[in-house]
Design a protein around this ligand. Structure first.
Ligand SMILES: [Cu+2]
Length: 285
């Protein structure tokens, strides 16, 4: 009897917790309403099954509790009941899978007019790369990484020379324009996640993964790494600021290209070498 009451209280407590919990989804700021729909349908189906099954369990414990003189009767088969259970379980599972399959189909079908952005992950920071005027991202590989070439752009690929490099975890994206987000890791597994966009994807060393998104609300959102990637994982954060198309274009035009960064690095190296000589020269004389 006590068990039946505890199970009923657990059901009631779960419903109350769900209603008063402050840990709900952030407001949606992208085109991925279909991911929310898949999540909500799953939540409702699971909730109905959870409440119905546990209340039935509590009722059965109470109704068929031990009483002197009453003996259970043995019923090994009940074809009708099994058919019904199979049918309803099938409907429930199909109901949970179908919206997810629809959302996934959209998720892997990148619109032809999507612009390219690459997010690079490393322990424990984000960087970003946009194609330059040619609209093509140059080839890149971790083998090419040097202090002057932190993105590992291939020195032989001319497409990389005008690539725009953002050596900061703060990036901007235009509102209402689809973006194909290419994801590249320099070391271990990471995962690019902006909760308000809903979309997320792992960065896998050795391959380039992707997802696409159309930001629909202006604002600044946090980028999180959603894959435990070492002791500094919690610090691997950034921000994405969604701005108007004109503001985005103006911002992008101010960012340095790979050629400019290389020239800067060479300038600095020359100046340092010059400073060394002038510092050493008086002693030498
Ligand atoms: Cu990470």
């Amino acid at each position: 009897m006590a068990v039946a009451v505890i199970i009923a209280l657990l059901v009631l407590g779960s419903i109350i917790f769900h209603l008063v919990s402050p840990w709900w989804q952030t407001p949606l700021a992208s085109n991925w309403g279909s991911i929310d729909t898949a999540l909500h349908v799953t939540l409702w189906i699971c909730a109905i099954a959870f409440v119905a099954l546990n209340l039935f369990l509590a009722w059965a414990i109470y109704r068929y509790r031990h009483r002197p003189g009453i003996v259970a009767h043995y019923e090994p088969e009940n074809a009708r009941l099994e058919k019904r259970l199979t049918l309803w379980t099938g409907i429930g599972i199909a109901g949970m899978l179908a919206p997810g399959l629809i959302a996934w189909h959209e998720y892997v079908t990148v619109p032809a007019n999507a612009s390219l952005v690459e997010a690079t992950g490393q322990q424990w920071q984000w960087g970003f790369r946009f194609p330059g005027r040619d609209g093509v991202l140059g080839a890149a590989n971790v083998r090419h990484i040097t202090p002057e070439n932190p993105f590992g752009l291939s020195p032989r690929d001319p497409h990389g020379r005008d690539d725009i490099l953002i050596e900061s975890a703060d990036v901007r994206l235009p509102v209402d324009r689809p973006v194909k987000m290419l994801l590249r890791s320099k070391d271990v597994l990471h995962d690019f996640y902006v909760p308000q966009f809903r979309a997320k994807m792992d960065l896998v060393p050795g391959i380039v993964t992707y997802f696409w998104v159309t930001p629909t609300k202006r604002g600044t959102y946090e980028i999180l790494c959603a894959e435990l990637c070492g002791t500094g994982h919690h610090m691997m954060r950034g921000t994405v600021t969604v701005v108007s198309g004109a503001e985005f274009d103006a911002w992008l035009a101010e960012q340095p290209t790979y050629t400019e960064l290389l020239a800067d690095a060479r300038d600095r190296a020359t100046r340092l070498a010059g400073a060394d000589i002038s510092a050493v020269a008086p002693e030498g004389r």
